[in-house]
Design a protein around this ligand. Structure first.
Ligand code: FAD
Length: 503
């Protein structure tokens, strides 16, 4: 017998660790609700996770097996389960955050004490942290060079799902003998036969947001519909939040309801189609042979986003402290402002800057936000409100269904000019101009800010510059701007210059 411990890989197919466990012997799949992890979760993510787990358990049951679900400390539960099923090894897929690594080291020690082998696998990324380095052997801190090597490296193929024959029999697992052996320590009968815990049992509530569906089937549907058409115009559409031009695979990649190799394979097939499309539409014979046409270039841009995910995974792996500390060191600490009222207005989407408010309300309503708008709201918090990026990160962590420590700290530190490959401190987004450029017809803004539905796009983009009377007349229920962007921009520059020791 062997055990496979599911964590951020809630799927049976294209799962490297599960495939390895199944090759090793009859596999007992297990998931542990770990309070140390739940402490960092939010309602939306717990909902997505529970839905994904229910589907995963069903997938095992269809194969005549079952998913053992328990709650507690994995360092205690896994050795107990191993003893009960007489397993020689526990397999799992690596998680690259600092907290996860500490936990995994504890589990490994506990298993070693019990004489059980711990086998870890690299599954979540195509190229694991440490395998792509500078020519001097250092991990990359600049994305562009990382990307070139990442792109040119051969990619692994998806792994097959285990056959029923490779999995422990569900009825046998629940048989009296085993349940007796486990009595007291690990109630396997309970773990197998009971329903999954409800969201309330886990200490959370039903999310206010309409969270997208979890599970492998939903993930594959998303991938297929994106690969069918939007991927070919991703480059042109991705920056415009009203166009919904991105894949929305992020919560699935976070919880591993789809394998990254499966996603990449779909992009390779799309690339072949894209080249054909580009050839058919290419009437410009001056295009260089090695230059990608618009469809192929779009597919490549999407692949480059997958590489950003792996870039940030390795940044976090080599610098676990970036979750709470600036990556980039300034001469002096940045003197962030402490302003609970402005922070509350930002969270509520009531800053009087329409694109910022639309983004924050999309987060509240959908537990997801468009990437361009994430950049805008993060810039607004750090460079208009001059509030520490960590306050924004905490809010995102609470509300995003796709919150991922590596990507979230990466995005925030980029916006705050404290990260690896960050926005230079003097490049400060003007939220009105950003809104005008990326949501010219204010469609996205009007969708999430109903108070502005009757207002024309020009007035929406000019909102901070209108007079009080004009604003009251146009949209009496919508907020006045809480700050003056021009003034705050100057203050932000001064704040960063002081931190750089220049003032
Ligand atoms: P697509 O455009 O379809 O991209 C496909 C996948 O590539 C994404 O699902 C994601 O896994 C990856 N990806 C895309 N853009 C990035 C990026 N800039 N950095 C890293 N990976 C990327 N992404 C998260 O997954 N979790 C987070 O918690 C998170 N927090 C962010 C916070 C801030 C302040 C910013 C600016 C960005 C953050 N991002 C985060 C990155 C990005 O916004 C999301 O990955 C993207 O919007 C998800 O939508 P999608 O799946 O449709 O992306």
């Amino acid at each position: 017998m062997t055990i496979f411990w599911h964590r951020r890989d809630l799927r049976a197919s294209d799962n490297r660790g599960l495939a390895a466990a199944a090759a090793d012997g009859d596999t007992v799949p297990v998931f542990v609700f770990d309070d140390a992890v739940l402490d960092h979760a939010g309602d939306a993510r717990v909902r997505f996770m529970l839905d994904s787990l229910a589907e995963l358990r069903e997938a095992y049951r269809e194969r005549g097996s079952d998913l053992v679900v328990a709650r507690g400390d994995p360092a205690e539960l896994l050795p107990a389960l191993a003893a009960a099923v007489d397993a020689e090894a526990v397999h799992w897929n690596a998680d690259y955050s600092g907290l996860a690594q500490e936990r995994d080291a504890r589990v490994e020690d506990a298993l070693a004490d019990a004489g059980v082998a711990a086998e870890t696998h690299h599954d979540a990324v195509l190229h694991e942290p440490g395998t792509i380095r500078t020519n001097a052997g250092e991990p990359y801190s600049v994305y562009t060079y990382f990307w070139k090597k990442w792109r040119d490296r051969e990619k692994p193929d998806p792994f097959p799902a285990p056959d029923s024959g490779d999995l422990a029999d569900g009825d046998a697992l629940a048989a009296g003998e085993l349940a007796d052996a486990l009595a007291g320590e690990f109630d396997i009968d309970d773990a197998l036969r009971s329903d999954l815990p409800s969201i309330e049992d886990l200490g959370f509530g039903e999310p206010e947001a309409d969270v997208q569906a979890g599970g492998t089937a939903a993930a594959h549907d998303r991938l297929e519909s994106f690969r069918d058409e939007p991927v070919f115009s991703y480059e042109a559409d991705r920056e415009y939040p009203a166009r919904a031009g991105s894949s929305r695979l992020s919560p699935h990649l976070k919880f591993g309801t789809i394998g990254i190799r499966t996603v990449y394979e779909a992009t390779e097939a799309a690339m072949a189609d894209a080249r054909e499309r580009d050839e058919r539409t290419d009437d410009d014979s001056e295009t260089e042979d090695d230059e990608l046409g618009p469809a192929a270039s779009s597919v490549e841009t999407f692949q480059s986003q997958l590489a950003w995910r792996e870039f940030y995974a390795q940044v976090l792996y080599f610098n676990p402290e970036v979750v709470s500390q600036n990556y980039k060191e300034y001469e002096e600490p940045i003197q962030w402002r402490d302003d609970p009222e402005e922070l509350a207005a930002w969270k509520a989407g009531e800053t009087g800057y329409p694109i910022v408010d639309a983004g924050m309300r999309q987060l509240r309503d959908e537990a997801w936000m468009h990437n361009r708008v994430r950049m805008i709201v993060a810039s607004f918090l750090t460079k208009d409100l001059l509030i520490d990026w960590r306050a924004g990160y905490d809010h995102f962590r609470e509300h995003l269904a796709d919150h991922d420590t590596a990507n979230d700290t990466g995005g925030w530190q980029w916006a705050a000019s404290t990260g690896t490959d960050a926005q230079p401190y003097f490049r400060i987004f003007n939220p009105a101009t950003q809104g005008e450029r990326y949501d010219p017809d204010a469609e996205y803004i009007r969708e999430y800010v109903p108070e502005l539905r009757g207002v024309d796009a020009d007035a929406i983009h000019d909102w901070p510059d209108l007079t009080d009377e004009e604003r009251t007349e146009l949209a009496p229920d919508y907020a006045d701007p809480i700050v003056d962007h021009g003034e705050r921009r100057e203050q932000a520059l001064a704040m960063y210059k002081r931190a750089r020791g220049e003032e």
